[in-house]
Write a protein that binds this ligand. Structure first.
Ligand code: 5RP
Length: 220
């Protein structure tokens, strides 16, 4: 199976976690695109979706999936999204697609985070994938110096502007021993909007697609 076929298998397995009649949260990325394609086939089962990016909104709009603003709801029963890396404690690096801020906001109001991944995303220690950090443009150089002082090698994502009008620094060279503590440390840097560590609010369910099938892991 190709990596894309594995992503699709994980994504379609997540349809089992979509409650009838609910408004659900929908993430961003190539794995989520497969989820949206699957959701389109059963769209009459749900009341609507809160999107985490302009890209996912456009895809769902094209299918006629009703979009709901997050300002119109208090809680969502489930949020389905991919990850760039996930460790054994259900902490993740996200933001490879640059949608980390809205993803973290939608995840924060969701009862259950269902992470959909191919098996290559499972790691022992987070950090081989460069950690995305969304920054206010005028703070980019300041934040880069602070990230370097923490041991990382920040690289500006060239030619990329987030849905929120900000920049992304991709931080290379990290081996994140304590994701919850490091997420909090990064949040203290002035000018950081969001960092791509999803540890304080990690995944609850991991659907991990391998050639032998989709493994279903649930946080204990
Ligand atoms: C986007 C994300 C994605 O979930 C992450 O980058 C994984 O993407 P893909 O499903 O394309 O491998 O965080 O901001």
């Amino acid at each position: 199976m190709t990596q894309d076929e594995l992503k699709k298998a994980a994504a379609l397995a997540a349809l089992d976690y979509v409650p009838d009649g609910a408004i659900i949260g929908v993430g961003t990325g190539s794995t989520v695109n497969h989820f949206i394609d699957g959701l389109a086939a059963v769209k009459s089962r749900i009341a609507g979706a809160v999107s985490s990016s302009e890209a996912s909104s456009a895809r769902m709009r094209a299918y006629g999936i009703p979009l709901v603003e997050l300002t119109a709801v208090d809680r969502l029963p489930v949020y389905v999204d991919g990850a760039d890396e996930i460790d054994g404690g259900y902490s993740m690096i996200k933001g490879g697609g640059g949608a980390l801020t809205r993803e973290k906001i939608v995840a924060a109001v969701s009862e259950r985070f269902v992470c959909i991944c191919d098996a290559s995303k499972k790691v022992a220690t987070l950090g081989a994938f460069p950690l995305p950090v969304e920054v206010i443009p005028m703070a980019a150089r300041h934040v880069a110096r602070e990230l370097a002082a923490l041991g990382g090698r920040p690289v500006l994502r060239e030619g990329f502007v987030t849905d929120n009008g900000n920049l992304i620094l991709d931080v290379h060279g990290l081996a994140i021993a304590d994701p919850i503590a490091f997420e909090s440390t990064l949040n203290q840097i002035v000018g950081v909007v969001t960092n791509g560590l999803f540890a304080r609010r990690g995944a609850d369910v991991l659907l991990l697609a391998a050639p032998g099938g989709v493994e279903r892991h649930e946080r204990g």
